[in-house]
Design a protein around this ligand. Structure first.
Ligand code: FMN
Length: 195
């Protein structure tokens, strides 16, 4: 079983990376293989809304020439996906959002002209990190992506939000670490039950 962590921060050594690593380490301890992708430095152009993905034989975004496809293929191969994002103006980072929009739009299980549901019954969910406010909006935006793409999303002992501002702050966020560890334990529990 493979769990993929995707880090949406543009910063090196980001707080988002810390929380995603915390989740992946917890999953590793439960015997699950893990892989992490940093979107920092990657180019993922926004959806062009040309609907070329609809009805395309490969049922996926047809935009070429950026880093989307390589990451998308790893998402499709994973059993579990965790995404971590900084909160910027109450929203997830736009590179991560471009990836998710382009990954999700062509594909819906059971609908004509859509793909077969490449994310159906994968397990996963989001983590957001902010200094002070806007967590709920960013977290909910990402959660809605997981829901509409037919994921099974486990809970935790609180919403998966980290409180941190400068690089390194996340390591001091004891409650946040507990929340993310429990979230990852629940992913492992679900994988065990459903695979
Ligand atoms: C452009 C920008 C916008 C931000 N907007 C918010 C915000 O809306 N609310 C907040 O609490 N923090 C905000 N922050 C602070 C970041 O969320 C915080 O520094 C967080 O730790 C960044 O995570 P990272 O280390 O994973 O990049 C913002 C930071 C930047 C650079």
């Amino acid at each position: 079983m493979l769990a993929l962590g995707i880090v949406g921060s543009p910063r090196a050594g980001s707080n988002s990376e810390f929380y995603v690593s915390t989740a992946l380490e917890t999953l590793q301890a439960q015997g699950i293989e893990t892989r992490m992708i940093l979107l920092r430095g990657k180019t993922i152009r926004p959806c062009e809304a040309d609907y070329k993905c609809r009805g395309a034989p490969d049922h996926r975004c047809q935009i070429e020439g950026d880093d989307f496809l390589e990451i998308y293929e790893q998402m499709v191969a994973a059993d579990a996906i965790v995404v971590g994002s900084p909160v910027h103006f109450s929203a997830p980072h736009p590179t991560l959002w471009s990836l998710l929009v382009r990954a999700g739009f062509p594909d819906k299980a059971g609908f004509p002209n859509y793909g077969p549901g490449v994310f159906s019954r994968k397990v996963g969910g989001p983590i957001t990190v902010a200094r002070r406010a806007g967590q709920n909006f960013a977290f909910a935006q990402l959660l809605l992506w997981f829901h509409i793409n037919d994921f099974i999303v486990p809970g935790s002992i609180y919403w998966n939000v980290g409180v941190a501002r400068s690089i390194g702050d996340a390591a001091k966020d004891e409650e946040g670490i507990r929340i993310i560890r429990r979230f990852a334990e629940n992913i492992a529990w679900l994988l065990e039950k459903t695979r």
